[in-house]
Write a protein of this length. Structure first.
Length: 242
């Protein structure tokens, strides 16, 4: 759907943000981190702890709480103290609030506020409910972008000899709004234009970009990505003597 694609120049930093609905600092999920089972539970996290590549092109499987978060983060939240303590599941808001109403009706407002400010809000953005909604607030819908270069010819498999942090600078990223996609300057450390240069690979336009008509400006070609075979043909045509 071409309407779902927004083209944002990488120098427009104010627009280049990830609105995922989550609060996630990469900086706290790289290297040695404190696990959930006490001071001796120290874990070594790397990019591949959460990001699992599949197939020849090394495309990444979608992230989920069950597969990527629950080994370190509890699947229940506890509110209240002593005999008033109550655990609620990590799940949809209706289930959580129904449990509060059933098991702690007198503490409902207090427990709801605790979850809102120091429970669910630890990882999720919170959205106030509209009049008539069955719950007082909700977590923001999750919208994690899985393809920032949807019209590009990019293959992670061809870059498997590189470390992830060679291109994705996330060690100091404190916000999930950060878009850790390399810019053109980063790519040009290894890639040159039509002709190879010292320690750089010859890479013409079609090596990285889908075809689009110059006179249409920013209008993107919304067809299928061209195959590796087609790329080889285009490269051969480009190298024909004039």
């Amino acid at each position: 759907n071409p309407q779902a694609i927004t083209r944002i120049p990488q120098n427009e930093k104010a627009r280049l943000v990830e609105n995922s609905g989550l609060k996630f600092p990469h900086s706290q999920h790289v290297g040695k981190v404190q696990g959930p089972n006490g001071i001796w539970d120290v874990r070594e996290l790397s990019c591949t702890t959460c990001h699992a590549a599949v197939g020849k092109e090394m495309r990444f499987t979608p992230l989920s709480f069950k597969n990527n978060c629950s080994s370190c983060h509890a699947d229940q939240l506890t509110v209240g103290a002593n005999e008033l303590k109550l655990s609620v599941p990590h799940g949809n808001e209706e289930s959580v609030f129904n449990m509060l109403k059933l098991n702690a009706p007198k503490q409902f407002s207090a427990y709801s506020d605790t979850l809102k400010t120091n429970g669910c809000a630890y990882c999720h953005n919170i959205v106030e409910s509209k009049a008539g909604d069955a719950v007082p607030w909700r977590t923001a819908p999750l919208n994690v972008n899985d393809d920032w270069f949807s019209k590009a010819q990019f293959n992670h498999g061809a870059h498997r000899t590189q470390q992830c942090i060679s291109c994705h600078k996330v060690e100091d990223s404190e916000s999930s709004a950060d878009v850790a996609i390399p810019d053109r300057k980063s790519c040009l450390q290894c890639h040159s234009g039509n002709k190879p240069k010292h320690k750089r690979i010859a890479s013409n336009c079609m090596s990285c970009h889908n075809f689009h008509q110059a006179h249409r400006g920013d209008a993107l070609n919304t067809g299928e990505k061209i195959s590796d075979k087609d790329v080889d043909v285009l490269l051969s045509i480009n190298k024909q003597p004039k």
